[in-house]
Design a protein around this ligand. Structure first.
Ligand SMILES: *Cc1c(COP(=O)(O)O)cnc(C)c1O
Length: 535
C-alpha cells in the first residue's frame, strides 16, 4: 500500500471561516484556514481540510441594555452539508464517543471534512463536545482537541485517504501526531522510531506570540481524558513537556515550523529557543483570498483613477446602508470613515483612539471623522467585554459619529473592509502575529493606518500605500506613545489628504491595491507548497 502514495496534504485546524452561513470560525485563524482551502483548490494543490462542526458556533454576541455584550448560542442548522457516510468511535474519558464525518464542498474550497459528535447515541456531555468553539473548561477543550486530532486521522483512514503531509495549523491539532505515532507503534516500531517516522510527515504553524495564548494542559487531566492514548507519561512529557504545551508539542512533532509574518518568525524563534528537539521555525506571511475579499468593481477599476474612486463610493454607500439597516443611523458618505473590526482581544487595543479623550473629542466634533467599530469579546474574557462596553459607550455619546456594530462576522468583515476609507490597526507590537483584515482592506483600496506590527511591518510605504504610526516603538509607555502618534498622523496627514488632495488619495488607493498582490492566499499557499509541503 505504501509504494505508490500520491501526494496529499491533510490540513488540520480547530476553525474554518469559509462563509458566514457556516459558523465554524471565531476570527482570523479560521478565516485564514478557509482562505487556504480556497486558494489550494484554485492552484490545484492536493489538500483536504479536517475540522469540527461547531453546532453553536463561537458566540452570537449581542449588546445588552447596559452596553455590555452577552452571549447566546442558537443551534445552527447546516442542512447543506454532505454526509460522507463515515462514522467512527474514539475513547474519551472512559467512554466510546461516536463521531460522524461531514463534507463541505460549496465555497470553491478544497474538500473540508468536519467531525461532529452531536449524535443521538452519544450521552449529553459527549454530544456537546462539538457545540461551542473555544467554549467550555480545560476538560472540554481536551475532548475537542482529541476529536480533532485523533478523530481526524481516523476519519482520513476511513475515507481511504493516506496523506503524505500533515499540516497542524496552530497547536490544537497536535493529538493527531499522537495518533500517528500510535499507528506506527501498532505496526511494531519503537516509540523513538515511530516519532522519527511521523516527524517526516508533519509541519506546524504557530500563530501566538502571547505566552498566555499558548495552551498547556495538566498531565493529570490528559491521563483522565485518556489523551495519552497508549503512550506513557515519559513519552508524552518528551513530546509536550510538563505541563503539556500544545505549541511545544507541535514544534517537537514537526520537521519544520513557521510563523506567519517576517516579524512573527523572529519573535517565535526567540520565544521557543529553549525548546530542545524543536523544528526550525521559518516564516510564511499570511495572505487573503481575493475572490472572497476583493470587490469585483474595485478589481475591474484598478488602474483607472476615476473609476476606482467611483467603485469605492459604491462600496462605501453599501456599507452605510448596512449600518443604517442595523442601527437606524445614516452616516454622511462625504465624511472620512475609519473602520476597526476584529476580535476584541485586549492586545489589539480596540479603544486606543479614545486614549486622550480631549483630542479625539475635538476630532469628532470637527465633523471630519466618523468611526465604525465591530468585534466580539471571548465569552469568558471580562477585560475584552469591558473594552466592548467602552466602545458602545462612546457610540452612545456620539451617535452617528461613532458606531458599534454587534456580532461581528464574515459578512460584516466583507462590507467593512471594502466600504471604509481607512482601516485602523493598533495592536501592541509585537503581539499581532500577522493580522489579515488589513490585507482585505488593502486589496479594496481602503488605506491602512497601522502600527508596524505583523504583516504591516513588511508592507507599509508610509504616505504611499497607507500610513504607519509609532515607528515600531516597544517599551515603557507604549500605549500613550502610540496614541499620540496616531492623533498626529491623523491630523497632519490622513485628514488633510482626504479633504485636500483627492488625487493623491486615489493614487494611494492604487498603490495599496498593487501592494496587496503580495498578500494573496495564492502566494501564501504556493509558499507552503514549496517550503513546507515539499510538493
Ligand atoms: C479577516 C477576519 C478577521 C481577522 O482580523 P485581524 O485583522 O487579523 O484581527 C477576524 N474576523 C473576521 C470575521 C474576519 O473576516
Amino acid at each position: 500500500m505504501e509504494g505508490a502514495r500520491r501526494p496529499l496534504v491533510a490540513y488540520f485546524c480547530m476553525e474554518y471561516g469559509l462563509h458566514e452561513e457556516l459558523h465554524t470560525y471565531a476570527g482570523g485563524l479560521g478565516v485564514l484556514a478557509g482562505d487556504h482551502l480556497k486558494a489550494a483548490r484554485e492552484i490545484g494543490l492536493p489538500l483536504v481540510g479536517v475540522g469540527l462542526l461547531w453546532r453553536q458556533g463561537y458566540t452570537t454576541q449581542l449588546i445588552g441594555e447596559g452596553g455590555r455584550p452577552y452571549d447566546t448560542y442558537p443551534d445552527f442548522r447546516y442542512d447543506f452539508l454532505e454526509d460522507t457516510g463515515v462514522r467512527l468511535c474514539l475513547r474519551i474519558r472512559d467512554r466510546q464517543v461516536a463521531v460522524k464525518v461531514w463534507l463541505v464542498d460549496r465555497y470553491g474550497n478544497a474538500p473540508l471534512y468536519l467531525l461532529d459528535t452531536d449524535l443521538p447515541e452519544n450521552p449529553f456531555p459527549d454530544r456537546a463536545i462539538t457545540a461551542q468553539l473555544y467554549g467550555g473548561s480545560a476538560e472540554d477543550r481536551v475532548a475537542q482537541e482529541m476529536v480533532l486530532g485523533i478523530g481526524g486521522v481516523r476519519a482520513l483512514r476511513r475515507l481511504g485517504l493516506n496523506p503524505t503531509v500533515y499540516h497542524f495549523n496552530e497547536g490544537h491539532a497536535v493529538f493527531a501526531g499522537i495518533e500517528l505515532i500510535r499507528e506506527q507503534m501498532e505496526r511494531g516500531l519503537s516509540f523513538e522510531d515511530a516519532r522519527e517516522a511521523v516527524r517526516e510527515q508533519i509541519v506546524f504553524t504557530t500563530h501566538t506570540p502571547v505566552s498566555a495564548g499558548n495552551e498547556v494542559h495538566d498531565h493529570g487531566l490528559l491521563r483522565y481524558m485518556e489523551a495519552y492514548h497508549g503512550l506513557s507519561y515519559e513519552q508524552m512529557r518528551r513530546i509536550g513537556g510538563d505541563p503539556f504545551g500544545m505549541t511545544v508539542a507541535g514544534l517537537r512533532l514537526a520537521r519544520l515550523a513557521n510563523g506567519v509574518s517576517a516579524l512573527h518568525g523572529r519573535v517565535a524563534r526567540a520565544m521557543w529557543s529553549d525548546v530542545d528537539q524543536a523544528a526550525p521555525i521559518v516564516h510564511i506571511t499570511n495572505g487573503v483570498h481575493p475572490g472572497t475579499w476583493q470587490d469585483p468593481r474595485i478589481r475591474a477599476a484598478r488602474g483607472q483613477a476615476g473609476d476606482l474612486w467611483e467603485a469605492h463610493l459604491e462600496c462605501k454607500r453599501e456599507l452605510l446602508q448596512e449600518v443604517e439597516a442595523r442601527t437606524g443611523l445614516w452616516l454622511d458618505p462625504a465624511v472620512l470613515t475609519i473602520g476597526f473590526a476584529r476580535r476584541a482581544a485586549p492586545y489589539k487595543r480596540p479603544d486606543l483612539i479614545f486614549r486622550d479623550p480631549g483630542r479625539i473629542v475635538r476630532l469628532l466634533e470637527s465633523g471630519r471623522l466618523q468611526l465604525l467599530f465591530s468585534g466580539k469579546a471571548h465569552p469568558r474574557d471580562e477585560a475584552a467585554k469591558e473594552i466592548v462596553a467602552r466602545l458602545v459607550d462612546w457610540a452612545r455619546r456620539f451617535p452617528g459619529r461613532v458606531v458599534f456594530l454587534q456580532n461581528y462576522d464574515m459578512r460584516l468583515a466583507r462590507v467593512l473592509t471594502r466600504g471604509c476609507d481607512v482601516w485602523l490597526n493598533n495592536p501592541q507590537r509585537p503581539l499581532e502575529a500577522s493580522g489579515t483584515s488589513g490585507m482585505k482592506a488593502a486589496m479594496n483600496g481602503v488605506l491602512n493606518l497601522s502600527v508596524l506590527d505583523g504583516w504591516w511591518a513588511e508592507a507599509c510605504e508610509h504616505g504611499v500605500n497607507g500610513w504607519q504610526f509609532g515607528g515600531g516603538y516597544v517599551g515603557e509607555g507604549q500605549a500613550d506613545h502610540d496614541a499620540r502618534a496616531l492623533y498626529d498622523v491623523l491630523e497632519r496627514e490622513v485628514i488633510p489628504t482626504f479633504y485636500g488632495d483627492r488625487d493623491r488619495w486615489v493614487r494611494m488607493m492604487g498603490a495599496s491595491i498593487d501592494m496587496s498582490a503580495r498578500f494573496t492566499a495564492h502566494r501564501m499557499v504556493e509558499q507552503y507548497r514549496q517550503l513546507m509541503y515539499g510538493l
